[in-house]
Design a protein around this ligand. Structure first.
Ligand SMILES: C[S@@+](CC[C@H](N)C(=O)[O-])C[C@H]1O[C@@H](n2cnc3c(N)ncnc32)[C@H](O)[C@@H]1O
Length: 467
């Protein structure tokens, strides 16, 4: 039986209501494709009702669909100025108000593969709060949570400008970094659908929070769900507690009775001063943070959610084939999906990216993205070729010149590296210092200019000492 448009639209709306995600075809043009592909993987290609029944009862099938509908893009110390704000303003304020013996409660809502929660844990550790903090990190995607609990990341997770702050707490193992046990012990991971779950073990743990990070999650929700989630976050805050959202998230003033705090680092929210004394009930009557911790028993080794239907594992060839065939036509959308995929599996992301560059050979963004992925896989020779292709298509791509420069420098080609740094320097100099450089994951031109100049000076000094 062929699925009629009406029946299919009903399914799409049901999935939207179940997840709170905006799945209208104008906001998310590939949604139909994604759902049809997920149906095919379960063998229920034409059986919409059967597939919906499966989604209602089988977490693994729902997770498989959500893995493609949601974007798990994240990295260590993303938006570093927000972490500075937490360090220098939020933590001192909480300490001063609640006393030095207070056990701080923090929640990363929509933590993806864990980089954000571990960044916060590192900060809490550095501020001397080990033993005096509880950090809960939740997400809708069970596949992301498996990765989060594993605490093992590639260089891809360290691509942001703030990632250096995480390095002292990451131990290198071949191509990968493992989060230090001291940091891992500070975080408890759990599954929670922000739009729906109000009575799971995790949901009953989210109360009395001094600090909530819910960043880059609300952007995927429809306005009604944004309001529901805003109220829920508000209710989860302790009196005077802080909510940090990302600079690109929708504004929450008016969605719940927050006190709005405008700062140099963005607009944040607090449960109002009047609610600073709001009773949150006796602690003994509330469950402690009660989801699965990242350590010991939770150390999963596989990449597939337990009980996932056969053939749904992230790395199998058939799935790659399907992804390649169905790559969205808009390459920016494609690049975003590849970035999210890279958080799960860099090698698969590179394969998808290679296919995408064949389909969109004129996209400098895709060629550059592939260069970054190849670097992460230690395939420097191919990486430099990909970065050069990006430059060939767009000579103004300062970040690609920097990538070429650093590969050449590592190879010992000082003159080549110097020329590439000079190109990057000239391009960055031509921009206002605070302007974010395209494809740089948030780096302002001034900072990249300084980095290029420093490297050029180092190369010149090395030249002189060899004369
Ligand atoms: C772009 S990531 C943000 C990760 C991290 N907060 C950051 O800013 O780097 C968005 C995350 O929100 C999660 N998400 C989407 N809808 C959700 C929902 N209804 N409940 C909980 N998490 C959800 C996705 O699974 C994804 O991991």
């Amino acid at each position: 039986m062929t699925v009629t448009r009406h029946v299919f639209d009903e399914l799409r709306q049901w999935v939207g209501a179940r997840t709170g995600l905006t799945l209208t075809t104008d906001r998310c043009p590939s949604v139909e494709l994604v759902i049809r592909r997920a149906m095919a993987r379960t063998g229920l290609d034409d059986d919409v009702l059967g597939y919906r029944r499966l989604l209602e009862t089988d977490d693994a099938a729902l997770d498989d669909l959500l893995a493609e509908l949601t974007v798990g893009e994240t990295y260590f110390f993303r938006e570093p100025s927000q972490f500075q704000f937490i360090r220098h303003t939020v933590l001192p304020e909480i300490r001063q108000r609640r006393g030095h013996d207070h056990v701080l409660r923090a929640w990363c809502a929509g933590c993806a593969s864990g980089e954000e929660a571990y960044s916060l844990a590192i900060l809490l550790l550095e501020e001397g709060l080990v033993g005096q903090c509880r950090t809960l990190a939740t997400d809708l995607s069970r596949a992301s949570l498996i990765k989060a609990r594993r605490g093992t990341y590639g260089a891809w997770s360290l691509r942001g400008e703030g990632a250096l702050a995480a390095r002292p707490y990451l131990h290198g193992h071949g191509n990968h970094y493992v989060v230090d046990e001291v940091v891992r012990r500070l975080v408890t991971f759990g599954h929670l659908n922000l739009a729906l779950d109000f009575d799971s073990a995790c949901a009953t743990s989210v109360w009395g929070m001094d600090l909530i990070l819910c960043r880059n999650v609300l952007i995927y929700f429809d306005p009604k769900t944004v309001r529901t989630v805003a109220r829920r976050l508000y209710e989860s805050l302790a009196g005077g507690g802080w909510l940090i959202t990302a600079s690109t998230d929708p504004p929450l003033a008016g969605e719940a009775p927050f006190e709005v705090v405008a700062t140099d680092h963005g607009v944040f929210y607090r449960s109002g001063a009047s609610s600073a004394s709001r009773p949150i009930g006796p602690e003994s009557a509330r469950p402690e943070i009660a989801c699965a911790s990242s350590s010991a028993a939770q150390r999963d080794t596989g990449g597939t959610p337990a009980g996932a239907p056969a053939g749904l594992a992230g790395g199998d060839g058939s799935r790659i084939g399907a992804r390649e065939r169905d790559i969205a036509t808009d390459w920016t959308d494609t690049a975003l999906r590849i970035r999210a995929l890279a958080n799960q599996d860099v090698a698969e992301a590179e394969r998808v990216c290679a296919a995408a560059t064949q389909r969109h050979p004129l996209s400098s963004e895709l060629h550059y993205l592939r260069a970054v992925l190849l670097l992460d896989l230690d395939r420097d020779e191919e990486a430099i070729q990909a970065a050069r292709r990006a430059i060939y298509l767009d000579r103004s791509l300062a970040i690609a010149h920097l990538t070429v420069a650093s590969i050449l420098q590592n190879r010992g080609d000082r003159e080549g590296a110097w020329r590439a740094y000079r190109n990057a320097r000239d391009l960055c100099r031509a921009r206002p210092a605070e302007e974010i450089v395209p494809l740089s994951d948030g780096e302002p031109a001034g900072r990249l200019l300084a980095a290029a100049e420093t490297q050029m000076a180092l190369i010149e000094a090395a030249r002189r000492s060899h004369r």
